[in-house]
Design a protein around this ligand. Structure first.
Ligand code: F6P
Length: 329
C-alpha cells in the first residue's frame, strides 16, 4: 500500500468489465471531489480498450450532471483482449504518460483490478480501485457498487415468477448471475423464500437435490422455486432441468434465466450512497498519498485494502446465511 504519491494534478478515470448500477454515481463522485480539490480529470471511454486506443475526454462538474440515477456507465465499458498482452499494456502506459496523468482510478470488479495491478507493477502507474460489480465478489468491502440494485432486480423477477408458479402449480428453476460467486443466489433465495438454492460455493449432489425436491412434494407443496447460481457446478438451470426432469414427470417444470436484466436499471438508494462515498474517498486517499489500493466500506467505516491483496483473495459467503436459508425453507 504505497503512500508515496504526493503531488496529484491530473487523474484518469475509467469503468471496465461488466457494468453495474451505480457506476455513474461513482464517476460523478470522483469528478466532483476532484474538482473541489483542483485536480483535473480525464475520463477514458471503453475501459482498458480506450486506454490503449486513446479515447481520453476531459471531464468537469457539469459533465456528470443528471447521471446519478442512471444505470450503465456514461464512460462505457468493455472487456479488452489487447490489455491482457504486454504490448497492449505498454501502449496504455504510454497514453497515460502522454496526457501527464498522475494516477488512474478504475471502477470495476476482479478483472478490472487484475488489470490495474499488472499495469501498476509493470509501468509504475499509481492506481486506485473502486469496487463495482453486481457479483459482490471483492474482498475489502462488505458490498460492491451495483450488488444491492441487482439483488432487488432479481428479487422482483423472482416474486413475479412465484405468482405464476403458484397459479399453475409448477416447478421453476430460476438462474441468476454472479459468475463463480453465489452472493446473488444466496440472498435472493432467502429474500424470495426459495425452496432450494444451488451455489458455486457448495458441492451439488444431484441425487440429494432430487431427494429434497421429492420430500417437498410429499409435504404437499404445489409450486416450488429453485434458485440456481449460473456458476454452480451443475452448469446452470437448463442443465439442472435436464438432469432432474425425468424424475418429476408429473410436475410441470419451467426454466427462467434472468440474465443481463440484473445488470440494468436505476441504482438503488443504497448503491448511490455507497458509490458516492467510495468515489469521494478514492480521490481523498489518493491526495493523502495512497495508491495501489482498493477503497471499500466495512461495518459502515471507510477502509482501504492493498490491491495485491484484493486480487489474490476470494471473498467468502456468509455461511450463517446458508444455514438460515436451509432452516427457513
Ligand atoms: O461480472 C458481472 C457479470 O454480470 C457476471 O455476473 C456474469 O457472469 C458476466 O458479467 C457476464 O458477462 P458478459 O456481459 O460479458 O456476458
Amino acid at each position: 500500500m504505497s503512500n508515496s504519491v504526493v503531488n496529484i494534478k491530473r487523474i484518469g478515470l475509467l469503468t471496465s468489465g461488466g457494468d453495474s448500477p451505480g457506476m455513474n454515481a461513482a464517476v460523478r463522485a470522483v469528478v466532483r471531489t476532484a474538482a473541489h480539490k483542483n485536480v483535473e480529470v480525464y475520463g477514458i471511454k471503453h475501459g482498458y480498450f480506450g486506454l490503449i486506443n486513446d479515447e481520453f475526454i476531459t471531464m468537469d462538474t457539469h459533465s456528470v450532471s443528471n447521471i446519478i440515477q442512471r444505470g450503465g456507465t456514461i464512460l462505457k465499458s468493455a472487456r479488452s483482449e489487447e490489455f491482457r498482452t504486454k504490448e497492449g499494456r505498454k501502449k496504455a502506459a504510454e497514453n497515460l504518460k502522454k496526457y501527464e496523468i498522475d494516477a488512474l482510478i478504475t471502477i470495476g470488479g476482479d478483472g478490472t483490478f487484475a488489470g490495474a495491478n499488472i499495469i501498476s507493477e509493470e509501468h509504475g502507474i499509481n492506481v486506485i480501485g473502486i469496487p463495482a460489480t453486481i457479483d459482490n465478489d471483492i474482498v475489502g468491502t462488505d458490498e460492491t457498487i451495483g450488488y444491492d440494485s441487482a439483488l432487488n432486480t432479481a428479487l422482483d423477477a423472482i416474486d413475479k415468477i412465484r405468482d405464476t408458479a403458484d397459479a399453475h402449480e409448477r416447478m421453476f428453476l430460476v438462474e441468476v448471475m454472479g459468475r463463480d460467486a453465489g452472493f446473488i443466489a444466496l440472498e435472493t433465495s432467502i429474500a424470495g423464500g426459495a425452496e432450494l438454492a444451488l451455489l458455486p460455493e457448495e458441492l451439488t449432489h444431484i441425487e440429494e437435490v432430487k431427494k429434497q425436491l421429492k420430500d417437498m412434494l410429499k409435504e404437499q407443496r404445489r409450486s416450488s422455486l429453485i434458485v440456481v447460481a449460473e456458476g454452480d457446478e451443475i452448469g446452470g438451470a437448463i442443465k439442472l432441468a435436464d438432469k432432474i426432469k425425468g424424475d418429476f414427470k408429473q410436475y410441470d417444470m419451467r426454466v427462467c434465466i434472468l440474465g443481463h436484466i440484473q445488470r440494468g436499471g436505476s441504482p438503488s438508494a443504497r448503491d448511490r450512497v455507497l458509490a458516492s462515498r467510495l468515489g469521494a474517498n478514492a480521490v481523498k486517499v489518493l491526495l493523502e498519498g495512497h495508491s495501489q489500493i482498493v477503497v471499500g466500506i466495512v461495518n459502515n467505516a471507510l477502509k482501504i485494502t492493498p490491491l495485491r491483496v484484493v486480487v489474490s483473495k476470494k471473498k467468502d459467503l456468509d455461511y450463517s446465511l446458508i444455514e438460515l436459508a436451509k432452516l427457513l425453507r
